[in-house]
Design a protein around this ligand. Structure first.
Ligand code: CA
Length: 229
């Protein structure tokens, strides 16, 4: 069973960098997984979709740039956030990376703080439900690091699925999502559950939110949204 944490795939062959990056990401509350070649990375993402990839430029079997091109050419990986790691500080290399679809790049050597900041910034931009920032709406506050939710500063009990659902809603306020979109975005595309299950979890989420239950709106014949209005 996949972990609840945000998975970050590190594609890098240099052991000392893998160690530093893994340690830094783990400390920040993410779930890092490292592979050492482009081939392993390609296999990995077909088995399990990471939430972000840190991709080194120089890999033993093919360049990170080439892998980046392959990933972006595949529709299912279009939106996957990717940061290139590069020892090259040449302007044309940075441009080549961005042209091939990298979202950002980090030049080696980098500090743990810079790495964390860049990863967080990209996650916040592309998939805000995976960033580690505090989120709130109408007296409800969610802390992704401690995995806790409070209402008017009082901690509330919430199930695992409801936590993920609330986090997703808080990351995308005032946007309506269909049941199948919620299944896909919150439970992930490898999970087979019925759309009715979404209703069950929404019901439980509202119950957990008590007085703030009105935040989760039913949009008739479409789906659900979070809104303070
Ligand atoms: Ca390398």
């Amino acid at each position: 069973m996949a972990t609840n944490k945000t998975t970050i795939l590190i594609v890098e062959d240099e052991p000392s960098i893998v160690e530093l990056v893994s340690y830094t990401l783990k400390e920040a509350g993410w779930n890092p997984i490292a592979v050492h070649t482009a081939t392993e990375a390609w296999d990995f993402i077909h088995r399990r979709m990471p939430h972000l990839i840190l991709l080194d430029w120089m890999l033993p079997d093919q360049t990170g740039l080439r892998l980046l091109g392959r990933i972006r050419a595949d529709r299912q990986f279009n939106e996957l956030p990717i940061i290139m790691l590069t020892a090259k500080s040449m302007e044309e290399d940075k441009i080549a990376g961005l042209d091939h679809g990298a979202d950002d790049y980090i030049t080696k050597p980098f500090s743990p703080r810079e790495l964390t900041a860049r990863v967080n910034a990209l996650l916040r931009r592309k998939t805000p439900e995976h960033s580690q920032s505090l989120m709130s709406a109408g007296g409800v506050q969610l802390d992704p690091i401690s995995c806790s939710v409070s209402l008017d500063q009082q901690k509330i009990e919430i199930g695992h699925a409801e936590f993920k659902l609330l986090k997703f809603f808080l990351a995308h306020p005032d946007r309506v999502f269909s049941r199948s979109q919620l299944l896909d975005k919150v439970w992930g595309d490898h999970v087979v559950i019925e759309e009715r299950t979404v209703d069950v979890h929404v019901l439980r989420l509202r119950k957990a939110l008590k007085e703030a239950e009105h935040l989760i709106k039913t949009v008739r014949s479409v789906g659900y949204m979070l809104s303070e209005k």
